[in-house]
Write a protein that binds this ligand. Structure first.
Ligand code: DQA
Length: 148
């Protein structure tokens, strides 16, 4: 079975507890479970990784080739700041889909820029935990070269 990796960046381990008016009540474990179930139905084994450390995220990205058919990444605040995460994505020949729970474009100005999205196949944001499921669907279509 093909594998997909979900990478969750900093503070996403706090989902369900942090800023619930923005991010909702659903915790990371439940998001991972739902994503795994959705991926499984499409024929993928979905694994997940969360870290608050930029260097661990970069190492996880470097380790993706030959293992994962594609990656869903929510880089958290590194989305707006990390050229290093961006360069890591560029360094591997694996398709990435960027996802965010919140609509980063309707929030503070500093969130309007994603330095990582331009090196991903695309970005999905604003659908809460569903963003991950939509990300898997998008990655699947990309991998299948499927169009509407
Ligand atoms: C986030 C949006 C980021 O701006 C923020 O720093 C996060 C979460 C989201 O999923 O909506 O940590 O990536």
């Amino acid at each position: 079975m093909k594998k997909i990796l979900i990478i969750h960046g900093p503070n996403l381990n706090m989902l369900g507890k942090r800023e619930r008016t923005v991010y909702g009540d659903v915790g990371l474990e439940e998001i991972n479970k739902k994503a795994a179930k959705y991926g499984q139905a499409l024929g993928y084994d979905v694994e997940n990784f969360q870290s608050n450390s930029e260097s661990d995220i970069i190492d996880a990205i470097h380790a993706t080739p030959e293992i994962y058919a594609g990656v869903i990444i929510n880089p958290g605040a590194f989305t707006h700041t990390s050229y290093a995460v961006r360069d890591a994505i560029t360094a591997v020949n694996v398709p990435f889909v960027e996802v965010h729970l919140s609509n980063i474009y309707s929030r503070e100005e500093f969130r309007h820029t994603s330095v990582t999205a331009p090196v991903c196949a695309g970005q999905i944001c604003g659908f809460g935990p569903e963003s991950y499921v939509l990300g898997i669907e998008a990655l699947h279509r990309l991998l299948q070269n499927k169009k509407i």
